[in-house]
Structures are given as structure tokens and as C-alpha cells.
Design a protein. Structure first.
Length: 277
């Protein structure tokens, strides 16, 4: 079955459709994201995306870019709302999962977007903090938007998973491993400045503490999101998981055994100032 579904997409956006053959040229084995593991350990990511979706308030007929679409669960809501959607992600396995849902998805680095003035809105949920070149991301989003188009997103903000990050960092330091950090968690002031310098007006931007219950053990979260920290020999990796779990249990696990991770989200709405009066 051909996984690429043709949508009635307005002129300009249709030029960016991907092909099944192009996707297949990517070595899926090199991808660190596993859609099955993601569904088991991180379904809360899309489930908790409703507030930022409401902030965007998509309208039927609008063209929307879902930046960092993951497995496409939230993207489906735009399609249900009657939007014309392109979804992009840097993970071949996640793009494959989105295509299987009938989503017009393609593989693309969010730091090097290839669109020019075709979207009414760019949406992103829980993806921008994986893109450590924010100026390039924001510049690409502005290029992709029509005049007065809106950029609405939620990402990890200053203080996000700070306890987990500290425990993982210490576990690596104790073993003499190179320091790593795959995440970018900005403050309100920092990200507002980046948006405004790029030519956006920013009527809404806020940090939202959101302690988040995990669906299972901390191990599942670590294996899903913290792979770079655990990129070492298998035996050492297991030791690190056990060590981090033991260190965090007194503060992040309740008496019933439920894990609650210290999430802090940065949520914003910005408008491409070109075209605004």
C-alpha cells in the first residue's frame, strides 16, 4: 500500500510533498526514535498538547506546518479541523509512522526549513527544545509563513526536567564521560528576544510549571528521551539507569510508586510582523 496520501493542497504548498521512494532511501536503522517505545512511554506528550492547539485555534482551509510532528497524533487534529497540513520531522521512523496514518509528512531538519511564504500558521509541540540552533529555527519559520502568519508552540523552558538533567550529568561525570546536553530550555526573556529580533510580534509567551506523571517506570522515560546521556557500554548504561533512578526516587516518586517528572513548558504565540498594521 502506498503510504503517501494525496491531499487537495493549495498551490505553493503542494510543491513540497515528499515521496515514499525518497523516504525509503533513508536508513531507518540509524534512527534513535522508536515509535512503538514512544507510544508506550511518551503518549502523554501529544495528550497534553491540547492547550497549545487551542492557542493556535486552527481554522478550516488554513495551511499549517507541524514542525517536529513526531508520530503524527496531534497532526491528525489539524486534518480533522479541515486544515491543509504538511508535517515534518528529522526522524525517519517518526515520519514513517505519520505517513502510515495518512498524513502528508516528510523528513526535514527543523533548523533548515525549505519553505517560502506558504503557511498561515506554523505549529510545534514538544519539539523545539531538541533544536539547539534557535535562531535558524525561528528564521526558517518566518520564511515559511505568509505575511501576518502565526507561530504557535510549546517546548521545554527554563528549569525543565532540571532534577533529571542534574542526575544524568552527575552519573556521566562520575564515569569520566564527556558532558552532553541535547536540549535547549530557554527563558521567557531569551526566547522573546530571539522572536522579536527575527521580526515577530509576541503577544503571548509564558513559562508553565507542569509536573507530569509518567505512564510507567523512570527507565522508560530515560530510554525514550535521554539516549544521548546513556550512549555507552551496555553494562555501564544499566548501572547509570539504576543510579539515576535511585537518586531521583525520593523526590520524583510518590508512595504508590508513581513517577512525576518536573516539567516546565514555554508556550507562546507570535505573529510574522510583515503584513501586520
Amino acid at each position: 500500500m502506498d503510504l503517501l496520501v494525496e491531499y487537495q493542497i493549495p498551490k505553493g504548498i503542494k510543491d513540497y510533498q515528499d515521496t515514499k521512494e525518497g523516504l525509503r532511501s533513508v536508513d531507518l536503522m540509524s534512527n534513535e526514535w522508536d515509535p512503538v517505545g514512544y507510544d508506550q512511554n511518551a503518549r502523554f506528550v501529544s495528550d497534553l498538547g491540547e492547550p497549545v492547539l487551542q492557542l493556535l485555534n486552527p481554522k478550516s482551509g488554513e495551511t499549517v506546518l507541524d514542525l517536529g510532528c513526531g508520530d503524527g497524533e496531534l497532526t491528525l487534529k489539524f486534518i480533522d479541523a479541515g486544515c491543509h497540513v504538511i508535517a515534518v520531522d528529522s526522524s525517519p521512523a517518526m515520519v514513517e509512522s505519520s505517513l502510515a496514518k495518512g498524513i502528508n509528512a516528510r523528513m526535514m531538519d527543523g533548523q533548515h526549513l525549505e519553505f517560502e511564504g506558504v503557511f498561515d500558521a506554523v505549529f510545534s509541540n514538544a519539539a523545539l527544545h531538541w533544536m539547539t540552533q534557535p535562531r535558524e529555527v525561528i528564521a526558517g519559520v518566518r520564511r515559511a509563513l505568509k505575511p501576518a502568519g502565526r507561530f504557535v508552540a510549546e517546548m521545554g523552558g527554563q528549569g525543565n526536567v532540571v532534577s533529571v538533567l542534574a542526575a544524568l550529568t552527575k552519573a556521566r561525570q562520575r564515569r569520566g564521560l564527556t558532558p552532553v546536553n541535547p536540549w535547549y530550555f530557554p527563558s521567557v526573556e531569551e526566547y522573546r528576544q530571539l522572536l522579536e529580533e527575527a521580526g515577530f510580534q509576541v503577544p503571548v509567551i509564558q513559562l508553565i510549571p507542569r509536573p507530569t506523571a509518567l505512564p510507567g517506570e523512570l527507565r522508560g522515560w530515560l530510554e525514550t528521551f535521554a539516549g544521548l546521556f546513556l550512549n555507552t557500554a551496555i553494562a555501564e548504561r544499566e548501572e547509570m539507569i539504576a543510579e539515576v533512578t535511585e537518586e531521583l526516587a525520593p523526590t520524583l516518586r510518590d508512595n504508590s510508586g508513581k513517577w512525576m517528572v518536573d516539567y516546565v513548558r514555554l508556550r507562546f504565540m507570535a505573529y510574522n510582523s510583515f503584513g501586520l498594521h
